[in-house]
Design a protein around this ligand. Structure first.
Ligand code: ATP
Ligand code: MG
Length: 250
């Protein structure tokens, strides 16, 4: 591979090659997962949301890669770190963007409810906990809003000062926006950004006129859905979220 490394993860690397970003997946990635991520990005692109233009899905040195338009500018995570005095502004931009996503529809995207049921089945939790979680999920309304599924500040790129672009569409579904907000909240908590997580949730509830308790009802379901594929070191956190909610109910 040539080009400058922009981000390096244990099983992924993102390079810049001229005006393109190349996301190179580790050898253990299945073709289905890579194609699914690219398909999600392509479907969302068609709705007019601000995403990098998909250029190519290919193999580089035997490894799958997704090639997209390179977006110049820092991530929102960097902006939040570099300009903490403007946190209110950045949070507002973040929540506004998430709500813009929720306003869009793409009828052929994976159904969130189906995905969550499947993930609960494979969560490794015992049958009693799974039964409870499947029931809880069934009791939640099925919507068809586009949900990014990994909506965190490092997946928002700031082109110039104002225009945000949203990347990393591996987890996109259509479903309930409050579940998507619950996921963002958990991901911020997981990164020990407790204060940011609380501020985020408060603002999201205010701007979307959603009850905090309602998002709370999604937390154990969303946490359980992470257990199958999360990193080993994150499992205790998600398990804790599930157990806390189930025990509280008795
Ligand atoms: N099209 C792009 N233009 C500019 N930079 C990009 C682009 N795509 C990715 N990046 C940079 O690479 C980083 C990682 O990319 P991405 O979020 O797609 O993968 P990832 O974070 O490894 O996936 P995951 O969130 O599953 O860990 C981003 O935070 C961003 O800094
Ligand atoms: Mg990312």
């Amino acid at each position: 591979m040539t080009g400058e490394i922009i981000a390096s993860r244990p099983n992924k690397t993102v390079f810049r090659e001229g005006d393109q970003a190349v996301k190179l997946f580790g050898a253990d990635y299945s073709a289905a997962d890579v194609l699914n991520e690219a398909l999600g990005q392509a479907r969302v692109q068609e709705t007019g949301l601000p995403v990098p233009r998909l250029e190519e899905v290919c193999k580089r040195d035997g490894q799958w890669a997704i090639v997209s338009e390179f977006i110049e500018g820092p991530t929102l995570a960097q902006a939040m770190q570099e300009q903490p005095d403007r946190l209110e502004h950045w949070l507002d931009l973040f929540v506004t963007l998430q709500q813009e996503v929720h306003e869009r529809r793409s009828p052929r995207l994976t159904q969130m409810h189906d995905k969550f049921h499947r993930k609960i089945s494979f969560s490794g939790l015992d049958a009693t906990a799974r039964y409870e979680l499947h029931n809880r999920l069934d009791a939640m309304p099925r919507h068809n809003k586009i949900c990014h599924g990994d909506f965190i500040p490092s997946n928002v790129l700031l082109r110039g000062e104002k225009t945000p672009t949203l990347i990393d569409w591996a987890h996109v579904t259509q479903g309930n926006a409050s579940a998507d907000a619950a996921k963002t909240y958990l991901l911020l908590l997981l990164r020990a950004e407790t204060e940011l997580a609380e501020q985020y949730l408060k603002l999201y509830c205010k701007k979307s006129d959603t009850a905090r308790q309602y998002i709370g009802k999604w937390l154990p379901v969303v946490a359980a859905a992470q257990l199958q594929t999360c990193r080993e070191e994150d499992r205790a956190f998600f398990r804790g979220q599930v157990e806390q909610a189930i025990e509280a109910r008795g």
